[in-house]
Design a protein around this ligand. Structure first.
Ligand code: UT7
Length: 325
């Protein structure tokens, strides 16, 4: 009998410090950086973001999201045999944030590693966990997206610093006799490294190069819309389904205009798109599980419905994953 993987619980967490656009406009004005609530809302749909306090790391945000997901699944740390954390803002250069989270959670002994695919990270991590469950390498996985992007923002660059925030989301993914994850489609094209990157690196005991985020927003925007459509279509083809079979699109929460364009290309109404970007901005690998958990807990998305998750990010990476909740 075929082994499937199925989500049995979701969780998320936003750090308490919340900055509305108005708060950020005031803070940036103090630096001589000019922006406005109108510009941010009109161009991105973002109204607020959360920033972690000093000394709070991706593993701390991931821990809270993980606890919520485990509680929703009716599982405890001892049930977990695999932890995958998707993050581009790890606590340390090494060991992985997954190992640090594992210890905080008290799940010591299980396999734990990070996936680095920036904003596509959660889709990548979920696809890897699905494969490991299908092959029998794992039975009960914790898949987390956790980020503290506020640490890598250049607050003198208005074209990027208004876009991102901190947060975490998690799911418990378990072996199942009935279908959960139906298909996934992952891609990367390293020739686009320069359009979205943090070019700095540790060398000789100090940071060489610029350790802050650089993005050519327009180039990313143009690539994103086409690639999201092609990944969604390839995933549907693998599952022998069409866009009419999708109950909910749960896209990476970067920009409402990218979500609208993708929905249009897939001939889906925005009523079928889970949108939470206004509450937390772009939280990179955390944004899809954050949106998913919000939709599950509000009752917007229900068990048994078919969901298309999809993301794009630095690398360039992109991917989609189709599942029955
Ligand atoms: O998570 C990974 C994926 N990342 C993304 O998906 C981001 C994709 N890109 C985007 O979402 C959009 O390109 C942005 C939101 C980053 C920018 O929106 P845009 O409509 O492409 O704006 P733009 O870059 O064409 O800039 C338009 C104008 C420029 O002024 P001029 O040259 O027309 O006078 C910018 O200088 O807006 C100006 N501008 C700002 N004005 C006020 C740029 N940032 C700001 C700002 N406040 N924060």
């Amino acid at each position: 009998m075929k082994r499937y993987s199925r989500i049995t619980g979701t969780g998320s967490f936003l750090p308490p410090r919340r900055l509305t656009n108005a708060d950020l406009v005031t803070e940036l004005a103090g630096r001589g950086v000019e922006t406005s609530d109108d510009w941010i809302v009109e161009r991105t749909g973002i109204r607020a973001r959360h920033f972690a306090s000093d000394g709070v790391f991706s593993s701390d945000l991931g821990l809270e999201a993980a606890k919520n997901a485990l509680a929703a699944a009716g599982r405890s740390a001892k049930d977990i045999d695999l932890i995958i954390v998707a993050t581009s803002t790890p606590d340390m250069v090494f060991p992985s944030t997954a190992c640090i989270l594992q210890n905080k959670l008290g799940a010591n002994g299980c396999a734990a590693f990070d996936v680095q695919a920036v904003c596509s990270g959660f889709v990548y991590a979920l696809a890897v966990a699905d494969s490991m469950i299908q092959t029998g390498a794992a039975n009960c996985a914790l898949v987390v997206g956790a980020e503290v992007f506020s640490r890598i923002l250049d607050f003198n660059d208005r074209t990027t610093c208004v876009l991102f925030g901190d947060g975490a989301g998690a799911v418990v993914l378990e072996a199942s006799k009935t279908p959960g994850i139906l298909a996934s489609d992952l891609h990367a094209d390293g020739k686009h490294v320069g359009i979205l990157c943090v070019p700095g690196h540790v060398s000789g005991g100090s940071i060489s190069g610029d350790p802050l985020l650089k993005m050519d927003g327009q180039a990313v925007f143009k690539l994103a819309v086409g690639l999201l459509e092609s990944a969604a279509r390839a995933t549907l083809a693998k599952a022998h389904l069409t866009e009419a079979d999708i109950d909910w699109l749960v896209p990476h929460q970067a920009n409402i205009r990218i979500m609208q364009s993708t929905a249009r290309k897939l001939k889906m109404s925005m009523d079928k798109v889970v949108v939470t970007v206004e509450h937390h901005g772009n939280t990179s690998a955390a944004s899809i599980p954050l949106a998913l958990d919000t939709a599950v807990r509000s009752g917007q998305v229900k068990v048994g419905e078919t969901l298309m998750l999809e993301g794009v990010g630095g690398g360039f990476t992109w991917g989609a994953l189709l599942l029955i909740l």
